[in-house]
Design a protein around this ligand. Structure first.
Ligand code: NOJ
Length: 772
């Protein structure tokens, strides 16, 4: 029956103008249409579009909430099914489950006139049931391969639960840690951000979107959501055109060129134009210049919010603005559902935009193969088999261990020498807080699935007396448990102190005016460190913290972020030396909130920052000129030597590649990791260039004494300077190269000359450096 209706659909559109055939087929169609048309749709989006009524077209652009993020499917009542039957819905979010979604899909496919399947979406950000480290922690792996692997697993689980579409990756660059959503992205740097964006697109979308274990990815939130003023979520981005193109847009470009199927607009505005109505950004730059032909979805209610922004007078005006800008799908505002028709009647020119939007939605459904088999994502047996599969758990443990950043180890407490260890105090409420381990956006992650840090250490230390004391809760000022924690620390050979932020202090609408440790956490740390006993401090947080006191007083500091279901096992693996730490900070940790926004890639100014306070320079009087922990910082269990820098050429022309090679050697006694980082600087250009810009990185694991040659291949366009109108310029002249272990630990230097000046169109930081 499916194929018969497809056949009928395609004949139906070819017969126009041939009257006898029209009569014959008209008869045939009338006889069969009520059943056939309501059963299955044509597979060709263009043919389908020609058969759609205005209401059916608008329906495709409507995304409704089928539930709430914490009560999935809860809104799928009879009224909602009536909407589906009336072809007034194109997609649902906050829904899940192979079986319930099969039934919903059946209604769409079998009980509507054209039988167009629905798209089911959810925020599957860092795992579906198997929760991996939060995205900021994944960025700390500096391993796109690792990132791709976990996104792949997230897609396998989500697709098995009936989902076609995730609202991830979030690729917003963030240089102001007050912004709570910094936890959802890859940090401060566009080059690292672009690499992590590509990896997630590949992981979610797999090799072929038509495979049943792949899902549509959404790159969000286009274009400068992370530049929210003062780090206040949803606030305006007041940034230069250069900052937009050089800092915020490259990860989006990288994701688009990797084949990202959909893009979400940001809630906020740039210089007064909300992205959701920004035609210059969406239609001209994204669609025309970058050739993005995928679907654009608004953020939640963002089309309606154009009124609150003050750029739309009423809802049909908002609908017209968003559609004109080329926003295809309206997430839950129902502005398209209820007010777009009026806008089209008032301005029939919108019809062409409507058709384009509908086509893009239909094509997204076609890419997934839903017209051929609308039920391919609804296999209950597969759903039962894949969730939290042992292989997924092991991947979560590896990813979590690789996300950990060893910030300081000055007393060589790590790895822990367990030979004389009889008792360990695990102090801190976060060490047993399973929800915090899952972090923001936990999809179907469950507290019960989590191995927390206390559990992990107990399991890894059989025969050792491992006890827990909460000390102080990071959510309250109550310090009444601190005395008991201090007593436990005094009685124990070693204390593992876990402090930081509760998970609910970062994420959407979770901006803080101060990034210092919550006061109870700092007091707890001060009291425990005052015991004078050996203490390993673990940090758990979704944003960089200002740690000046702690960094000065603790000998041993380990950044563990929010590591997901295997948090505790991974922490134990690293502390006990089963795995060497090797993560690096994807964003700097400043001395104080007042230093924000901040980045290693600052411009020098006419008076470059100088530690000498008698000189007038670009700095604060009351803060050092360098952060507590720099971008790219992270230690391991052995030091590495960088040597033998060679480069293939001293001059570089258009079409040529510059290969830079050097040797990395583990010169310590333990197996260890290093992430070699390549920074560049253009010392004289038409506009002032950052003092450092990342253009290459490579993570290696080496045994003691072992060495490896690392090679980065660079092309001239990677040094281009933003010009105007989305265009870039390669400028001839000297480029400096710096290779090292962090942005503040440069070990090798060299330079070369760009020989030619020419225009180009790719954002420099979006270009991948081939690394061997
Ligand atoms: C609002 C958030 O900004 C966005 O990132 C998310 O995808 C949607 N809500 C849907 O949950």
């Amino acid at each position: 029956m499916r194929y018969m209706s497809i056949w009928i659909g395609s004949l139906g559109c070819k017969m126009t103008g041939v009257s006898w055939r029209a009569i014959f087929f008209g008869f045939l169609l009338t006889a069969l249409s009520s059943f056939a048309e309501s059963t299955i749709a044509a597979t060709d989006p263009d043919a389908l579009l020609r058969r759609m009524t205005l209401d059916e077209k608008i329906g495709q652009l409507v995304q409704r909430a089928g539930g709430r993020s914490k009560a999935l499917n809860s809104r799928l009542n009879e009224d909602e099914l009536a909407r589906v039957r009336a072809s007034r819905v194109g997609s649902y979010l906050h829904v899940a489950g192979a079986v319930p979604l099969r039934e919903l899909q059946r209604v769409a496919v079998e009980e509507t006139r054209l039988g167009i399947p629905l798209l089911f979406a959810m925020d599957v950000v860092h795992g579906y049931r198997t929760i991996f480290p939060v995205p900021l922690a994944m960025a700390a792996t500096w391993s796109p391969t690792q990132q791709e692997a976990v996104a792949r697993i997230a897609a396998i689980e989500a697709s098995a639960a009936g989902l076609h579409w995730t609202f991830a990756p979030m690729v917003d660059i963030a240089r102001d840690a007050r912004w709570g959503r910094i936890v959802e992205g890859a940090g401060e740097d566009p080059f690292l951000g672009a690499a992590m964006a590509r990896a997630q697109i590949r992981g979610f979308q797999g090799n072929r979107l038509s495979d049943a274990d792949t899902i549509l990815a959404t790159v969000k939130h286009f274009g400068a959501y992370g530049a929210a003023s003062g780090g206040r979520d949803y606030d305006t981005a007041e940034i230069s055109e250069r900052a937009l193109h050089e800092i915020y847009l490259p990860p989006f470009h990288a994701a688009v060129k990797t084949g990202a199927a959909t893009i979400m607009t940001a809630f906020n505005d740039i210089g007064g134009i909300p992205t959701t109505s920004n035609s210059a950004l969406l239609r001209t730059l994204l669609r025309e210049q970058w050739a993005f032909d995928g679907m654009i979805v608004s953020d939640w209610n963002a089309i309606n919010e154009l009124i609150a922004h003050g750029v739309a007078e009423h809802r049909s005006h908002a609908a017209a603005l968003a559609l004109t800008a080329s926003v295809d799908m309206d997430m839950v505002a129902d502005v398209y559902a209820n007010d777009l028709k009026q806008a089209i009647e008032a301005d029939p020119r919108l019809m062409q935009y409507l058709d384009q939007a509908v086509l893009r939605v239909l094509r997204a459904k076609a890419k997934l193969g839903l017209f051929e088999d609308p039920f391919k994502y609804h296999d209950a047996a597969r759903e039962a088999a894949v969730m939290l599969a042992p292989a997924h758990r092991s991947a979560a443990r590896i990813a979590a261990a690789r996300s950990i950043v060893l910030l300081k180890n000055s007393a060589d407490l790590l790895p822990i020498d367990r030979t004389k260890l009889k008792s360990v105090a695990v102090v801190g409420a976060l060490a047993v807080d399973n929800l915090s381990a899952l972090g923001s956006w936990r999809a179907q992650g469950r507290e019960a699935d989590v191995v927390n840090v206390f559990d992990g250490l107990r399991a890894a230390l059989p025969g050792v007396d491992v006890r827990h004391a909460a000390g102080a809760d990071p959510r309250s000022a109550d310090e009444s448990g601190i005395d008991a924690a201090v007593t436990l620390a005094r009685q124990s050979d070693l204390t593992i102190l876990m402090i930081g932020e509760h998970f609910d202090l970062s994420g959407e609408a979770r901006s803080r005016s101060a990034i210092e440790l919550p006061s109870s956490q700092l007091v707890l740390a001060q009291r425990i460190l005052a015991t004078g006993k050996p203490v390993v401090v673990l940090l758990a947080n979704g944003r960089p913290l200002a740690l000046t006191w702690l960094a000065a007083h603790a000998s041993t500091l380990v950044e563990t972020w929010m590591l997901g279901v295997e948090a505790g096992s991974a922490v134990a693996d690293v502390l006990l030396g089963k795995t060497a730490p090797g993560g690096k900070l994807p964003v700097q940790f400043p001395h104080a909130t007042g230093a924000l926004p901040a980045s290693y890639a600052a411009r020098p100014s006419g008076r470059p920052a100088d530690p000498d306070l008698t000189k007038d320079s670009v700095r604060y009087l009351d803060l050092p000129i360098t952060p507590v922990f720099a971008f790219g910082h992270g230690l391991s269990y052995s030091p590495f030597e960088f040597s033998g820098l060679e480069q293939s050429t001293a001059t570089l022309k258009r079409g040529q590649v510059l290969s830079v090679r050097f040797t990395l050697k583990n010169i310590g006694k333990l197996r260890a990791d290093e992430v070699a980082q390549l920074y560049v600087r253009d010392p004289v250009a038409s506009s002032a260039r950052p003092v450092l810009e990342l253009r290459g990185f490579h993570r290696v694991t080496l045994d003691p004494g072992a060495q490896q040659i690392v090679q980065f291949d660079l092309q001239p366009e990677q040094f281009a300077v933003y010009a105007e109108h989305g265009q870039w310029q390669v400028e001839s002249g000297r480029i400096e190269l710096m290779i090292g272990s962090s942005s503040q630990d440069i070990r090798l230097r060299s330079h070369f000359n760009l020989q030619e000046s020419y225009a180009t169109s790719t954002p420099a930081a979006a270009i991948e450096t081939v690394t061997r």
